[in-house]
Ligand binder design. Structure first.
Ligand SMILES: [Zn+2]
Length: 440
């Protein structure tokens, strides 16, 4: 690639690229023409415009910028783990141009002022579109409904008590009714705490072997079933977060066939790693929902491939090294994921033959944008120029030194993956570029 530009000009071409559009990667090389942050023209063959500065990205795949429906940026309250600015930097390095932040900060994002606070931090960093969710209940306490209407007016894109489930079915039903009127989805962290409470990993062979308290699949299956039935009854849009069990995939598949307004996401770790990873007691493999059994891992991949699960979301959950050095049962749940998502998905879904690259980039961009009804994730003339340059064949090893997030708690440390984000552009502006010469 020719990276001789000091600054990205207001109008330019990217040439020699394979375009990812409509679930396909073009075999013929094409171009993208960017003007003042928007896509002026796009197509295969030679551009009509002449004499413009051109970025020669010979043979690279040019795809829409990725959209992550599920990140924890920890601001306000736990800035030692991540801030909106450091999280946005990690997002750009992972190919993301838009992220949806979870409201389980301290204090929680449960009113219009807090929604505006997150939006302002996002605008200041300028590396990624930061789209906040609001809490369903005041303080995420699961008792009183938060002021959802005021939060939507302030810019909240969805509601969730994520980090915790909504234990009360009555509160969930009411939240769904309000959300339907407001035209936004409810995102469900589906977990029955009466079944999973006190657990620290999947309940099965390995939890028994390791002497750790298990979180049974039924805790997720039953909660997903309840929320889907409430969505069916209210006609509201339910989005199921981080699906991890084969049972949940089956319930969602059936509900979609019935016409229930349900969408779903799955994380890269849930379609690539299973509970045997916990055998060394490393808290880097402790997350909620937990790593499950091999047949769950396969069911998640199949669900993504057949569209039962709409999209990939990272559940990027930064924690300090000190916390992740605690004993397994004491350490907090969660792993970071923004910077490894594309490579993990490319390695475990595309290279493994579950789907092709065209489908994968849809799961990372177009489909999550559709879940929220946002005009993002597509390469079209007139659209804002959010795009990534990818090398799907490039191998790299995940190391702490490589990660841009403020935290380093990745479950893929030491793993060699295939697929690299070489550059990310937001509204035509460069927000990330791979500078490692061994990768360049
Ligand atoms: Zn969650």
């Amino acid at each position: 690639m020719d990276w001789s530009w000091e600054r990205i000009p207001a109008e330019y071409l990217v040439t020699g690229v394979k375009l990812a559009r409509g679930g396909k990667i073009s075999a013929r090389k094409g171009f993208l023409h960017v003007k003042k942050g928007r896509i002026e023209a796009i197509g295969v063959g030679q551009p009509a415009a002449e004499g413009l500065p051109a970025l020669a990205a010979e043979g690279m795949v040019l795809a829409p910028g990725f959209v992550d429906l599920h990140v924890h940026f920890r601001e306000p309250g736990q800035e030692e783990k991540e801030t909106v600015a450091t999280g946005s930097r990690a997002a750009a390095a992972g190919g993301y141009t838009a992220v949806v932040t979870m409201p389980n900060t301290d204090p929680a994002i449960d009113n219009a002022g807090m929604v505006r606070y997150v939006l302002d931090r996002g605008r200041e960093s300028g590396l990624c579109r930061v789209l906040p969710t609001g809490a369903i209940s005041v303080g995420r306490q699961g008792e009183t409904m938060a002021e959802m209407g005021a939060m939507v007016e302030a810019g909240a894109v969805a509601f969730t008590d994520d980090g915790s489930p909504v234990a009360s079915g009555k509160l969930m039903a009411n939240a769904l009714k309000y959300a339907r009127v407001l035209g936004v989805p409810i995102m469900s962290h589906a977990e029955d705490l009466s079944l999973t409470g006190g657990g620290c990993m999947h309940g099965g062979y390995w939890s028994t072997r390791l002497g750790l308290t298990g979180m049974p699949r039924a805790g997720e299956d039953a909660a997903v079933f309840r929320d889907i039935e409430l969505a069916r009854a209210t006609g509201a849009h339910l989005h199921v977060c981080h699906v991890s069990t084969k049972g949940a995939v089956e319930v969602i598949r059936r509900a979609k066939a019935d016409g229930v307004r349900v969408t779903a996401e799955a994380t890269p770790h849930h379609f690539s790693q299973d509970h045997s990873r916990c055998r060394g007691y490393s808290p880097l493999f402790k997350m909620s929902p937990p790593l499950r059994e091999p047949d769950d891992v396969a069911a998640i991949a199949d669900g993504l491939a057949d569209g039962t699960i709409d999209c990939i979301a990272t559940d990027h959950a930064p924690h300090t090294a000190t916390e992740k050095e605690l004993q397994f049962d004491q350490a907090p749940f969660g792993v970071i994921g923004l910077e490894t998502a594309f490579a993990v998905a490319n390695t475990y879904l595309v290279e493994a033959g579950k789907m092709d690259l065209g489908q994968l980039v849809q799961c990372l961009g177009e489909r999550p944008a559709e879940v929220l009804g946002l005009p993002l994730g597509k390469l079209e003339e007139g659209a804002e120029a959010d795009f990534v340059l990818l090398d799907p064949a490039r191998e790299w090893t995940v190391t702490e030194a490589r990660l841009r997030s403020r935290s380093r708690n990745s479950s893929f440390l030491g793993e060699t993956l295939r697929g690299r984000v070489l550059a990310t552009f937001l509204r035509g502006r460069l927000t990330w570029r791979e500078e490692d010469p061994s990768l360049g």
